[in-house]
Design a protein around this ligand. Structure first.
Ligand code: DGL
Length: 273
C-alpha cells in the first residue's frame, strides 16, 4: 500500500484531553491534515483494566484506519501505556505513542535523576514510564503518582481555584518527599492544569523543578518520523484541515474542546464504533 503525504494523520484519545496533543501537532506541523477521534462515550480509560483499554483502543484505531490515515498518533497516555504493541501487531501502519517522548523530555530535564510522573491509575500501574525511562538512562529513578481526580476536574473546566489546588497539592506530596527534580504530566488532561501544577510545584518544592509534558515532545517525534519516511505534508500556503469526531456528544464538548485546542473549532461529528 503506498501512502501519500496528503493523507491525514489519525489521532485518538479516550476523550477530549488528546486535543492538547492535536494543538501541539498543529503548532509544529501546520500543513498536516488531522482526523481526531475522542471516545467520549467511554472516557475515562485511566480507571479501567488493560484488557478493556486494549479493546477500546482497537476499535478507535480501526475507525481511523477506515479513514485512510497515514499514521496513528495515540494521544492518550493510558492507551500508550498498555496497548501500542497490540495495535502495532494488528495494524498495517505506523503507530506512535506518547510515553517515550514524555520519558525523553523528563530524562533531558532532570539533573538529579529523580523523575516524578503524574498519570492515571492505569498508566502508573502499567509501569510504562519507569520502563521507558530505564531504557533511556541508567541513572534515573521514576516515582509514579496516580492523580485520577485531575481528569474530571479538567473535563469540568475546574482548572483554577481552591478545589484543583488542594487536589494537586495532595498528589504532589509523595513526589516532594521523593525529592524529584522533574515531573512529567503523563496524562492528556494535565496540561490544562499546568498553571496550577507549576505554581504548587514551586511552592512545595522550590523554583528549580522542571514540569514537562508529552504533547510537545510527541509532536517532535511525529515530525521526525514523517520526515524520515517522506510522509510530511509541507505547509505551503494552505494549512492542514482538522476533523473532529466523538463517540458521544457531551453538552459542553464545544466549549471544552475550544479550551483544549486554544482556538475555534469546526463541526464535530458523532460516530459509532
Ligand atoms: N486520556 C487519558 C490519559 O492520557 C486520560 C483520561 C482517561 O482516563 O481516559 O491517560
Amino acid at each position: 500500500m503506498t501512502t501519500s503525504s496528503d493523507a491525514p494523520l489519525g489521532v485518538f484519545d479516550s476523550g477530549l484531553g488528546g486535543l492538547t496533543v492535536v494543538r501541539a501537532l498543529r503548532e509544529r506541523l501546520p500543513g498536516e491534515h488531522i482526523v481526531y477521534l475522542g471516545d467520549t462515550a467511554r472516557v475515562p480509560y485511566g480507571t479501567k483494566g488493560p484488557a478493556t483499554v486494549v479493546r477500546y483502543a482497537t476499535a478507535c484505531a480501526g475507525w481511523l484506519v477506515a479513514r485512510k490515515v497515514k499514521a496513528i498518533v495515540i494521544a492518550c497516555n493510558t492507551v500508550s501505556a498498555v496497548a501500542p504493541e497490540r495495535l502495532r501487531a494488528d495494524l498495517d501502519l505506523p503507530v506512535l505513542g506518547v510515553i517515550d517522548p514524555g520519558a525523553r523530555a523528563a530524562v533531558a530535564a532532570t539533573r538529579s535523576g529523580r523523575v516524578g510522573v503524574l498519570a492515571t491509575s492505569a498508566t502508573i500501574a502499567s509501569g510504562a514510564y519507569a520502563r521507558a525511562v530505564a531504557a533511556m538512562s541508567t541513572r534515573c529513578e521514576v516515582f509514579g503518582q496516580a492523580a485520577p481526580l485531575l481528569v474530571p476536574l479538567a473535563e469540568e473546566g475546574w482548572t483554577e481555584g481552591e478545589v484543583p489546588r488542594l487536589a494537586v497539592r495532595r498528589y504532589l506530596e509523595p513526589l516532594a518527599r521523593a525529592n524529584v527534580d522533574a515531573i512529567v504530566l503523563g496524562c492528556t488532561h494535565y496540561p490544562l492544569l499546568r498553571a496550577i501544577i507549576e505554581h504548587e510545584v514551586r511552592d512545595m518544592m522550590g523554583p528549580d523543578i522542571a514540569v514537562v509534558d508529552s504533547g510537545s515532545a510527541v509532536a517532535e517525534d511525529v515530525e521526525a518520523f514523517l520526515r524520515s519516511r517522506g510522509l510530511a505534508r509541507s505547509a505551503g500556503s494552505n494549512r492542514g484541515s482538522l476533523e473532529l469526531a466523538v463517540t458521544d456528544l457531551p453538552r459542553s464538548f464545544v466549549e471544552i474542546a475550544r479550551r483544549f485546542l486554544g482556538g475555534e473549532i469546526g463541526e464535530v461529528a458523532q460516530v459509532d464504533l
